[in-house]
Design a protein around this ligand. Structure first.
Ligand code: DAH
Length: 355
């Protein structure tokens, strides 16, 4: 009986040691431990049966069982350590970074051309001492029209041009409304620009959009004259387009300025030469930019109408001012030689990447 039991224990030891040696996972070794040495393990079961042995046989079997237990435990510890080291080594190999591999490029975004021009414009005017302010796009009729000397019945207020929210509120058709807000709010003197969106009931085409951008400028103080306006706009345009451009002031009519002017820029594409009809000029041929006019209309401007000052509680006997309004799309299209305004809104990445 004792011989059988001893053999059984030895068989169990050999089988277990073999299984441990063959294990390739730490988890498998652990399973063997449970299966052999655990509460219901095979060796434990053998020991539990000791009660059925003769008293003098028990110490022999007990000693053998303990010896086997120790052997198995040692084998488990050794195999576990070996497998862990192996796993660590493999992980290190797997996680090694090959610094010679090419990096993954992250596509970098770019500013929209309208944004670039807007930032330039703000820089230019800030450097001349102007403050950048903004006004609401949903605006009171009195700020867009009435106080700008544009009374009811004036064609500019026509419903076919203006989006009316109700009789007193519109989507502003021009940033000129901010002039009024600035004069009502600010202490004199005033030197502001105000860029922003404006809305008109226009069909979309290459040069029109129901939403576009303007930038308003307003200066009010003592002894401000048309000459200041000319100097300011000249500085502005030269900073934008280079020192060789020339400005032309054409008489015009705006309700809120007197005198008023439309300001043209000499065509920077053909140098303003294509209008001379001079076939000997270096840039002879058709200029699609100025349509051979030699000049490109850029903005509206003028000396602030005394009535507008009065509307804002400013005494026109003491103070005077000038104002201008320029389309941002126009400046942008000129600068980058873009011939269709819709390109600015479609967000076609192939177009935007070019800038
Ligand atoms: N508001 C005009 C427009 O939308 C532009 C303009 C002209 C603004 C003359 C002015 C100005 O401030 O004095 O076309």
């Amino acid at each position: 009986m004792i011989k059988e039991t001893l053999e059984k224990i030895e068989q169990l030891r050999d089988k277990t040691l073999l299984a441990i040696k063959d294990s390739i996972y730490v988890e498998a070794v652990n399973d063997i431990r449970v299966k052999t040495l655990g509460k219901k393990g095979e060796l434990t079961t053998v020991l539990k049966q000791m009660g059925s042995l003769a008293p003098d046989e028990r110490p022999i079997i007990g000693a053998k069982a303990n010896e086997v237990r120790e052997t198995v435990e040692t084998a488990i510890l050794e195999q576990t350590a070996k497998l862990k080291t192996l796993r660590d080594e493999q992980n290190i190999k797997k996680e090694t970074i090959d610094v010679t591999l090419p990096g993954k490029r992250r596509p970098l975004g770019k500013s929209h051309p309208l944004r670039v021009v807007l930032e330039d414009l703000k820089d230019i005017f800030r450097s001349m001492g102007y403050t950048v302010v903004s006004g609401p796009e949903i605006e009171e009729v009195r700020f867009v029209f009435d106080m700008l000397n544009t009374p009811a019945g004036h064609p500019a207020r026509d419903e076919s041009d203006t989006f009316y929210i109700n009789d007193d509120v519109v989507l502003r058709t021009q940033t000129s409304s901010v002039q009024i807000r600035a004069m009502l709010e600010n202490k004199l003197p005033i030197a502001i620009i105000s860029p922003g969106r404006v809305y008109r009931r226009d069909e979309v085409d290459a040069t029109h959009s129901p939403v576009f951008h303007q930038c308003e400028g307003l200066v009010v103080g003592k002894d401000i004259t048309f000459a200041d306006l000319k100097g300011t706009l000249e500085t502005f345009m030269k900073r934008l387009y280079g020192n060789s451009v020339r400005l032309r002031f054409r008489p015009h009519q705006f309700p809120y300025t007197e005198p008023s002017a439309e300001v043209d820029l000499s065509c920077f594409k053909c140098g303003g030469n294509s209008d001379t009809g001079d076939s000997g000029s270096a840039q002879s041929g058709y200029c699609s930019f100025c349509k051979n006019e030699g000049w490109i209309e850029m903005l509206g401007a003028g000396v602030v109408h005394p009535q507008v000052l009065i509307n804002c509680g400013i005494d026109p006997e003491i103070y005077s001012g000038f104002a201008f309004g320029v389309g941002l799309e126009r400046i942008t299209m000129m600068r980058y030689e873009i011939d269709d305004m819709r390109l600015l809104y479609e967000n076609d990445i192939r177009f935007l990447r070019q800038f």
